[in-house]
Design a protein around this ligand. Structure first.
Ligand code: FAD
Length: 170
């Protein structure tokens, strides 16, 4: 079992996320540290110091191969309103309310959008003008609340002093 680690980042592992019983490892660190890891030996040194127990579980070769196969992505948070334009266009999921991943609710919030949208289609007999307007009004407070909760949890975890900390999953 991989442990949650403290500074300089967090190794957060999720079993079976890819559906093939493998583990996804997500590393959160300031961009400067990602930038400094420009050779395999620097990467192994960092893991040796901070995440030693993960090395035999991942394997040095796979760690190096997977780490350098992807680039870190910045974490973003989106709040916007409304989510629709007239009776023709609506955004759902991360497009309308992306959240930092520390509450584990981003995907759930997107699925809830679909559930609510479907209920509104029934309620308004597929009248998209009414459906889209009520969807925006009804979903926005909950979406903004989970956005805030995720950010509070990020601060609570005190992972890093920078709120623009990128992450890399491999
Ligand atoms: C590290 C991490 C951990 C997470 N952990 C969890 C968790 O434990 N639980 C949870 O519920 N959520 C979690 N989430 C959040 C979850 O992954 C997202 O909320 C979810 O994937 C959003 O789904 P989506 O369909 O709205 O957007 P996306 O998954 O971003 O899908 C959008 C799709 O649109 C495509 N696209 C973009 N632009 C265009 C274009 N112009 N034309 C055509 N296609 C386009 C993209 O390629 C993408 O495939 C996590 C997120 C991250 C980053």
């Amino acid at each position: 079992m991989l442990k949650q680690h403290d500074l300089p980042g967090v190794v957060n592992s999720q079993k079976g996320r890819k559906g093939d019983k493998s583990w996804t490892v997500t590393l959160f660190m300031p961009q400067e540290i990602f930038d400094s890891l420009d050779t395999p030996s620097k990467l192994i040194d960092l893991f040796d110091i901070h995440y030693r127990d993960t090395i035999p579980l991942i394997g040095k070769e796979k760690l190096v191969k997977d780490f350098f196969a992807t680039k870190p992505s910045p974490m973003i948070s989106v709040k916007c309103s409304p989510y629709h334009v007239g009776s023709t266009c609506v955004i759902m999921g991360d497009a309308s309310h992306a959240i930092v991943p520390f509450y584990g609710q981003g995907m759930n919030a997107g699925l809830k959008d679909c559930f609510i949208f479907n209920q509104l289609l029934d309620k308004h007999d597929n009248d998209l003008g009414k459906v889209l307007q009520e969807f925006s009004q009804f979903r926005n407070p909950d979406a903004e609340a989970i956005c805030d909760l995720a950010m509070y949890n990020y601060i609570e975890l005190s992972i890093c002093s920078s709120l623009n900390m990128p992450y890399k999953s491999f």
